[in-house]
Design a protein around this ligand. Structure first.
Ligand code: DC
Length: 218
C-alpha cells in the first residue's frame, strides 16, 4: 500500500505543530517538524559567526553538519539543541536562513529522504507546494496575527521569557512578511490544499477534519 503523506502548511503560530503531533500520535505516523531544521542551521550559523550572505560559507555548513530528530528532541552535530532552537535570537534570524536557496534545496532533499517508506505528517511552509506536491492530504492552517501572537505570548510568559505582547505581535508580522514575500518557495497555499482558519475553530474540530481524511486513506 502507498505511504500516506500529510502536509500541514501555514504561518508561524497557527497551531501546525500542535495538530501534527497529536495526529502523528493518534495514527503512529512519523512527525517531521521542518521548521526545526531551519532553526538548527540558523543556530549553527549564529554560534559560529557565519555570514548569512556568504554563500560558500553556508554551503560548507550544509556539507558538514548533521541534523537529527528523535521524538521531540533535536540534535545538531550530536548535541541536543531542543531549547536553543526556540530562543529569540533564532526566531529573529531564521527567516533569513530560510530564504537562502541552497539551504532550502538541502533541507527539502533531507525531508524527502527521511519520509521514504513511512506514513508521515510534516509541518512547514512549502510542504504541499514544493516538498510533496503529491501529498494525499494538504492542510493550510491559518489564524489571525493577533490570535497567533496571543498564543505565542502566553507560551513565552509561561516559560519565563520577558517580552511584551506588542513585541511578539511585531515579530510574528515581520516573520509573515519575510516568509510570504521571499523569492524561494514563499509561504503559499497549494491550489489543492484545504484552508482551515483556526481562529474560529476548536482544536478538536481541526483534528476531526484531518482524522476523517486520514481514515479515508488507511
Ligand atoms: O515553523 P517554525 O516557526 O519553526 O519555522 C521557522 C522558520 O523556518 C520560519 O520563519 C519559516 C521557515 N520555514 C520554512 O521556510 N519552510 C519550512 N518548511 C519550515 C519553516
Amino acid at each position: 500500500m502507498k505511504n500516506i503523506i500529510v502536509a500541514i502548511d501555514g504561518p508561524a503560530g497557527s497551531g501546525k505543530s500542535t495538530i501534527a503531533k497529536i495526529i502523528a500520535d493518534r495514527y503512529s505516523f512519523t512527525y517531521i517538524d521542518t521548521g526545526a531544521m531551519y532553526r538548527m542551521i540558523t543556530l549553527y550559523c549564529l554560534d559560529n559567526n557565519i555570514d548569512f550572505e556568504d554563500e560558500l560559507a553556508i554551503k560548507n555548513v550544509l556539507d558538514n553538519i548533521s541534523l537529527d530528530m528523535q521524538g521531540d528532541k533535536f540534535f545538531l552535530n550530536n548535541k541536543e539543541v531542543t531549547k536553543e532552537i526556540r530562543e529569540t535570537r533564532v526566531n529573529e534570524n531564521v527567516s533569513k536562513i530560510a530564504s537562502i536557496r541552497i539551504v532550502r534545496e538541502n533541507l527539502v532533499n533531507l525531508q524527502r529522504k527521511i519520509s521514504q517508506g513511512k506514513n508521515v505528517i510534516l509541518d512547514g511552509r512549502d510542504i504541499g507546494t514544493v516538498v510533496f506536491p503529491n501529498a494525499q492530504i494538504k492542510i493550510y492552517l491559518i489564524a489571525s496575527p493577533e490570535e497567533r501572537a496571543k498564543r505565542r505570548y502566553k507560551e513565552l510568559i509561561q516559560k519565563g521569557t520577558e517580552i511584551s505582547y506588542d513585541e511578539v505581535l511585531k515579530s510574528i508580522k515581520e516573520r509573515d512578511y519575510i516568509d510570504s514575500t521571499r523569492k524561494e518557495s514563499p509561504l503559499m497555499k497549494a491550489d489543492d490544499a484545504v484552508e482551515l482558519d483556526s481562529t474560529g475553530l476548536k482544536i478538536d474540530e481541526v483534528l476531526d477534519f484531518i482524522s476523517k481524511k486520514i481514515e479515508e486513506k488507511l
